[in-house]
Design a binder for this molecule. Structure first.
Ligand code: MN
Length: 424
C-alpha cells in the first residue's frame, strides 16, 4: 500500500477551507504560533515495532487482518503513519523479534520511508526457543552467574544490531523481581543487577545512551528490582553519564505524580526517554491521552519547562516513544490517535504563559497559577497541530484519511486476514 502526493493533496483539498478558518482564529488568539509550529514540525515520536499488530492479554489475543508479517512490513506500516502525520519518523526495534535478515536492505527500506532507528529494546522477560538457561527467576538479578551472563550477552548483541542500523540508544526493561516475601534478598538482587548493567554499559559505543526503564509491578507482584524512578535513578547514577532513567507512563502505582518525577529527573540531567501510553488501573497500555489527557498535559508542561531550563533541544535530546498494546482497536488507527494526543499536549504546553505562571508561583497566587495552566489546556490547538502537518507535507486529518483511503482493507488484501505480527 502506497499513499502518494496526489492522494494527500486531494484529501487536504476537501478540508482546506474549514481548516484555514480554524487556524486563522487560533493564530489571532495565540502568541507566537509560528514558533510553536516550528517545534511541532521538528518533534518526532518513535513507533515501537511491537505495536503494529494486535496485542493480547493473558486471556486471549484477537488478531486483526493485514498485520505485518515481518520487519519489512512493520517498516512499511510506520511509513504509512509517517506519510499521514509526518510525526512518526522513527522506529523502535525489539530484539529478538526484529532481527534484520539483511541489515543493508532494512536500512535502505527505512530511509525510503523517511524513518530512523530509535532506541533498541532487549528482551530478558521471556525465554526464547533454543535458549540455554531460563529467566523464570530473573535475568540480570539471577542468583546463578551463568544466567546473568546470558542476559548480559543478549543485551550486548542488541547493541551490535543497533549499531549496524544507526540507532543510538538501548532501552533495558527488566521484569526481574519476586512474587513472594522472602523469595529474594533485595540487596543481592540489586547488586547482581547493577553488576550486570555495568557490563552492558561498558559495551556501549561512545555516542550511545542507555535507558533504564522501571516498573512498579507485573509480571512480578511482590517486588520489582527496578521498581520505581528512585531505583532507576540509583542504577543510572552509579553506571555513569551515558545512563538515564526512562519513564513509561503506565509503570507507576496508581495516582503517582508523574509530572513531579519528570521535573526532578530533568533537573538532575537524568531523564533519558519516554514511553507514552495511558491507563486507568495499571500498565494498561491504552491509547495515549484516552483516559487522562490533563495528566498528559501536566507532564508535557514539566517537560517543556525543564528542557528549556537546561536549554535542551525538545526534538532530539530525549527519546520519545509510544509503548502501547492494542486489543480492540485497529493498531494503526490507535497509533494515529496516540501521536495526535502527544502533539496536542505538546502544543498546549508550548503555549503556557511561562512568565505569568512563574510570577504567580513567586507571589503564591495559587488561583492565578491554576488559571494559567488551564487556559492553555482548554485551548483547542488542533488547528495548530494540523497546520504543522500540512506544512510538513502530511494530511490535515490522518485518521479520516486512513479510513477514506481504506488503508486497512488494502493491507488485508495484500497480506491476508489471518496474519499475526511478532510480539507479545
Ligand atoms: Mn515501556
Amino acid at each position: 500500500m502506497q499513499i502518494d502526493k496526489t492522494n494527500i493533496s486531494e484529501q487536504n483539498q476537501q478540508l482546506l477551507k474549514k481548516h484555514q478558518q480554524r487556524f486563522d482564529f487560533i493564530n489571532n488568539e495565540t502568541d507566537d504560533v509560528e514558533a510553536v509550529l516550528q517545534k511541532l514540525i521538528e518533534f518526532q515520536v518513535a513507533i515501537p515495532s511491537w505495536a503494529l499488530g494486535t496485542g493480547g492479554t493473558r486471556f486471549a489475543r484477537f488478531s486483526g487482518g493485514g498485520e505485518p508479517r515481518n520487519l519489512e512490513e512493520k517498516i512499511e506500516d510506520i511509513g504509512l503513519l509517517h506519510k499521514l502525520n509526518q510525526s512518526s519518523g522513527a522506529i523502535s526495534l525489539h530484539i529478538p523479534w526484529d532481527i534484520p535478515r539483511n541489515t543493508a536492505n532494512i536500512k535502505a527500506l527505512a530511509a525510503q520511508h523517511g524513518l530512523v532507528f530509535d532506541a533498541m529494546n532487549s528482551n530478558t522477560f521471556q525465554d526464547q526457543s533454543g535458549q540455554e538457561l531460563s529467566y523464570k527467576f530473573g535475568s540480570m538479578q539471577h542468583t546463578d552467574k551463568a544466567v546473568r551472563q546470558q542476559a548480559i550477552e543478549h543485551n550486548i548483541e542488541v547493541i551490535r544490531h543497533g549499531e549496524a542500523l544507526g540507532s543510538k540508544s538501548l532501552t533495558v526493561w527488566l521484569s526481574d523481581g519476586s512474587c513472594f516475601p522472602g523469595q529474594l534478598n533485595f540487596r543481592k538482587a540489586f547488586q547482581n543487577t547493577l553488576d550486570s548493567l555495568k557490563q552492558v554499559y561498558a559495551a556501549l559505543p561512545q555516542d550511545w545512551k542507555m535507558f533504564v526503564e522501571y516498573k512498579a509491578f507485573e509480571p512480578n507482584f511482590y517486588s520489582t528490582t527496578v521498581g520505581d524512578w528512585g531505583q532507576s535513578f540509583l542504577y543510572a547514577s552509579k553506571l555513569g553519564e551515558k545512563a538515564y532513567t526512562l519513564v513509561d507512563l503506565g509503570h507507576h502505582l496508581p495516582n503517582a505524580n508523574i509530572e513531579q518525577i519528570v521535573s526532578l529527573l530533568l533537573m538532575e540531567g537524568k531523564l533519558g526517554g519516554f514511553h507514552f501510553n495511558d491507563s486507568k488501573y495499571g500498565d494498561d497500555d491504552l491509547t495515549v491521552g484516552s483516559v487522562k489527557p490533563y495528566q498528559l498535559f501536566l507532564i508535557f508542561n514539566e517537560l517543556v519547562e525543564g528542557m528549556d531550563a537546561r536549554a535542551m533541544n525538545h526534538a532530539g535530546d530525549l527519546g520519545w516513544m509510544i509503548d502501547a498494546s492494542h486489543n480492540v482497536k485497529d493498531p494503526l488507527e490507535d497509533l494515529l490517535q496516540s501521536v495526535e494526543a502527544i502533539m496536542i499536549s505538546y502544543a498546549q504546553a508550548l503555549i503556557v504563559d511561562r512568565k505569568e505562571l512563574s510570577d504567580a508561583q513567586q507571589r503564591n497566587d495559587v488561583v492565578a497559577a491554576q488559571e494559567v495552566l488551564q487556559k492553555a489546556y482548554r485551548t483547542d490547538v488542533r488547528a495548530i497541530v494540523a497546520e504543522a502537518r500540512l506544512r510538513s507535507g502530511g494530511v490535515l486529518n490522518p485518521l479520516q484519511v486512513f479510513r477514506n483511503l481504506k488503508v486497512r482493507e488494502h493491507l488485508i488484501k495484500e497480506r491476508g486476514t489471518k496474519t499475526v505480527a511478532t510480539g507479545l
